[in-house]
Design a protein around this ligand. Structure first.
Ligand SMILES: [Zn+2]
Length: 424
């Protein structure tokens, strides 16, 4: 079975990064962290594991960051052993082709999406850690101390071998193209639920890539009375954000003045171009997460407001933290997704849920893109083991032929990756 691996060891990262400065092909050379190789087909390592043949996978921004060795060895994550070798591709939809004798919830032929990596439940660790006990498997506290067989393969592989707990079954009505976007949709839901805006509040989403636009749709779906600004860089992002209901578009080159205009904040300018706002956004979702956007975010937030860091950076940063204490700003972050409880009394609980029609699934008809699934679909989408409090975030996505290049371009059919790897 062919599979992609990502080895973030110094012997691969350092030469790749050095040569990559003058030769972009270094990131795909034989010494690079990203490798594609043929492995012997392995048997299921345990009786409650399944074999999944992948159908469609996406490339996320975090995947690209790892491929291009954009990280810093000094960040905290670099000290964790489990991050040094991984199988890339977490946005993936596949089909179960083999089940172990003790698998309870999945069957051959089920289409599934990937939930998260090994955790207490998938490895049988007892008692469950605090995070796993409430369904936040991405925050499993056992981390690298988990024992038991390791998953084999990721989304960028021909097959994946996983514990059944690591997969969600998806309903037949959901296309592969919709399903492959469940993971980033869940990331967006998780981010918004970290600090749900209130009706009438001013919200800023920094970045209008896949996560940024999905975050916009989640805010619009949950709190349509919120006034949402989006900071976008490219024309197609501006077009999509506007169609999806952004009230204001901010441009990076005019950002402080734009924030002041959009929120009524007072702009002050000190020496050396130093700028600060009094007033500003109630909530900012930073889907870029760079040093610059975090620097700006905490200056653009009103006193008592919240900044949610959604975008992932693998760098150490030099940040001026003074607005955090001077304005008593809550600075928080998100990682992946978790077990969510749909907020009681939000817009979609008071109104019937809308669904995209099948005829619109690949058509130019576009906003609003994001629809929470009905309760029944939640049940269908998740294995019955999820009869626990809360619901896993799921969503249905419509795509446009002419629309979001960011959405269309992130997905690739797996056989094409195989051809690319062989042609190297
Ligand atoms: Zn755990």
């Amino acid at each position: 079975m062919w599979t992609s691996t990502l080895e973030l060891s110094s012997r691969r990262v350092i030469p790749t990064r050095l040569l990559g400065v003058v030769w972009p092909g270094a990131y795909f050379a034989s010494f690079a962290p990203l490798q594609v190789q043929n492995l012997p087909r392995q048997t299921l390592p345990a009786t409650n594991w399944v074999r999944v043949r992948n159908r469609l996978a996406g490339i996320s921004g975090s995947d690209l960051g790892l491929i291009y060795s954009a990280g810093d060895f000094r960040i905290a994550l670099a000290a964790l052993p489990r991050h040094q070798l991984s199988y890339p591709g977490h946005e993936v939809v596949g089909e179960v082709i083999q089940v172990g004798d003790d698998v309870q919830y999945l069957h051959v032929g089920d289409r599934v999406v990937l939930q998260s990596g090994p955790n207490c439940v998938s490895t049988g660790a007892q008692p469950l850690c605090r995070s796993c006990a409430i369904g936040n498997y991405n925050l499993c506290e056992r981390g690298s101390s988990l024992s038991g067989p390791e998953p084999i393969g990721g989304g960028w592989s021909e097959e994946m071998l996983l514990h059944e707990q690591q997969l969600f079954r998806i309903p037949p009505a959901m296309s592969d193209e919709q399903a492959v976007l469940l993971e980033p949709s869940a990331v967006a839901v998780h981010a918004v639920l970290r600090r749900l805006p209130q009706p009438g509040e001013n919200v800023l989403i920094i970045g209008a890539g896949t996560i940024g636009l999905l975050t916009l749709q989640v805010v619009r779906a949950l709190v349509p009375q919120a006034i949402v600004s989006v900071m976008a860089r490219y024309a197609y992002q501006i077009e999509q954000a506007t169609r999806m209901g952004a009230a204001h578009i901010l441009y990076p080159q005019d950002s402080y003045q734009s924030v002041a205009r959009a929120t009524g904040a007072q702009l002050y300018t000190g020496m050396f171009g130093n700028k600060m706002l009094i007033g500003g956004y109630d909530v900012i979702y930073d889907t870029v997460g760079s040093q610059q956007t975090i620097h700006d975010s905490i200056r653009w937030t009103r006193a008592g407001g919240t900044v949610v860091i959604v975008g992932i950076s693998l760098h150490t940063m030099r940040i001026d933290p003074t607005p955090i204490w001077y304005q008593e700003i809550d600075l928080t972050g998100t990682f992946s997704h978790g077990m969510e409880t749909w907020p009681i009394g939000t817009y979609l609980q008071r109104n019937h849920v809308r669904r995209p029609s099948k005829s619109c699934s690949i058509t130019p008809c576009y906003p609003p893109l994001w629809y929470p699934t009905s309760e029944q679909q939640h049940v269908n989408a998740a294995p019955s083991r999820l009869q626990q409090p809360g619901l896993k975030s799921t969503g249905m996505i419509k795509k446009s032929q002419h629309g979001p290049h960011h959405l269309m371009s992130i997905s690739f059919r797996l056989p094409s990756l195989r051809r690319q790897s062989r042609s190297r």
